[in-house]
Design a protein around this ligand. Structure first.
Ligand code: FAD
Length: 417
């Protein structure tokens, strides 16, 4: 049986980044995937990468991640193409205008270039945006966007150049735990041993953790976007634009406009729907969800009422957590089994930073940036299934206006007391 220092299960953005950073630290790594490398949810993301997140700790991580994308080719030797026109967040309600001001103030505290601009200036930057109903706009000058597959593919290739073994189309069906420690994985193509195993299985995170009897309480949620056919006025220099209460984003792509968003009645993919041989290409898409979202911003983006032709409609299964924080670290109860997931639809952009932090945690027990709030141990007492489902749906449905940390998570034990 071949033996590695670390086996990473899942070659999306989070797994590939972890594998690369571990290989860079000299570890013998296997990166396993049941599909082709970097082919699932990560490849279907919108590719938005920004600085400001809900908390200071997450903002510091995201800022670090943007920097790593800027120097991606230097770090990995792999090509990357990205556009850096900044991003704008637009508020139509007074409470969202207040949220925007809070986040800009946080950016200023952390030395991040964030400013309030007028609706007219926002329109000058993005001519598809109408100012009707817009109360306030923030502008993040250095936010960027990119074709998403470049990150996981680049990290996987760079890991391989450093000696990592990429094992595609190989499904982990069992994680063997001996004396409380994960020791090897059984796949449909043989067994591999390792002192450390990383569950980076994206939408399957919870199922893979359960193979070792561990918990990773996330809910995979369908998320979709579409890209129109080319429009004359689209320029790659136009910033990513969000309407906060409508939970939608727009950016230039392939000469047309990408439109994506978070519906109020999302579709969770529970464990029954998500068979282990399910692939993202099997995901049922529903354009009416996106059409309802375009209707909700018809005053700000009338273009989506007039121009309906599409070149792309795609979706994937990001995972939500009850508290909006990612899940990164060693699982309580199974030594040597680490989890990196609970992406909350932000895993692609933060993957350069989180993969590096997990590689530090595995090799030294410490991280250079604070990820303590992401520890899986916060869920050690369990979460009642109904609460898990409800809170994750709520987190998704209020995507841009969700406030982390409220209300606090109740444990399964507390709920039954
Ligand atoms: C439409 C859309 C837009 C998005 N936009 C953005 C965005 O702009 N910015 C952003 O940061 N994020 C965005 N996201 C979210 C982002 O895609 C996710 O956060 C990210 O892809 C998560 O990466 P991952 O590595 O956890 O998952 P994945 O990319 O799904 O990788 C997990 C891998 O694990 C493998 N696997 C699962 N089970 C097993 C097993 N048993 N054995 C072996 N392998 C297994 C799977 O085959 C898969 O390849 C978007 C998502 C969607 C769907």
């Amino acid at each position: 049986m071949e033996r590695f220092d670390v086996i990473v299960i899942g070659s999306g953005a989070l797994g590939s980044s972890t594998a690369f950073h571990l290989a860079r630290l000299g570890r013998k790594v296997a990166l396993l995937d049941k599909s082709d490398i970097a082919s699932q949810t990560s490849a279907r993301a919108a590719g938005l990468s920004g600085h400001l997140r809900q908390t200071e700790a997450m903002t510091k991580l995201s800022t670090y991640a943007v920097g790593k994308i800027e120097r991606f080719s230097d770090e990995t030797g792999e090509p990357i193409e990205f556009y850096q026109p900044g991003s704008m967040s637009c508020a139509r309600r007074p409470e969202d205008a207040a949220l925007i001001r809070e986040r800009v103030a946080m950016g200023e505290r952390l030395g991040i270039s964030a400013e309030l601009i007028s609706p007219e200036e926002a329109r000058a930057r993005n001519p598809f945006l109408e100012t009707k109903g817009i109360l306030a706009v923030s502008y993040m000058k250095r936010d960027l966007y990119l074709e998403p597959v470049q990150l996981p593919r680049g990290y996987a290739r760079a890991a391989a150049k450093l000696g990592a073994t990429l094992i595609a189309n190989t499904r982990v069906i069992e994680i063997v735990v001996e004396n409380g420690a994960a020791t090897r994985v059984v796949t449909d193509r043989g067994e591999f041993a390792a002192g450390t195993i990383v569950d980076a299985a994206g939408g399957w995170l919870r199922l893979v953790a359960a193979l070792a009897g561990a918990q990773a309480p996330v809910v995979p949620m369908r998320h979709q976007l579409m890209i129109t056919t080319p429009l004359a006025a689209v320029k790659s220099s136009q910033p990513v634009t969000r309407i906060l209460d409508a939970n939608v984003y727009v950016r230039p792509d392939r000469g047309g406009l990408m439109f994506g968003g978070y519906e109020r009645d999302p579709m969770p993919y529970d464990r029954d729907k998500l068979a282990s041989d399910f692939k993202i290409e099997d995901l049922e898409l529903d354009l009416t969800v996106l059409r309802r979202l375009t209707d909700s911003v018809k005053d700000q983006f009338p273009i989506f009422q007039e121009h309906l032709d599409l070149q792309v409609h795609r979706g994937g299964l990001p995972t939500m957590t009850v508290d909006g924080e990612h899940i990164v670290g060693e699982t309580p109860g199974v030594r040597g089994l680490y989890v990196i997931g609970g992406c909350n639809v932000g895993g692609l952009s933060v993957s350069p930073a989180l993969g590096e932090m997990l590689s530090e945690l595995i090799t030294t027990g410490e991280t250079s940036l604070d990820i303590s709030r992401m520890s899986p141990s916060r869920f050690a007492a369990g979460i009642p299934e109904q609460e898990l489902q409800e809170r994750c749906r709520e987190r998704y449905a209020k995507y841009y206006t969700f406030r982390i940390g409220q209300p606090p998570v109740r444990s399964a034990a507390a709920a039954s007391a």
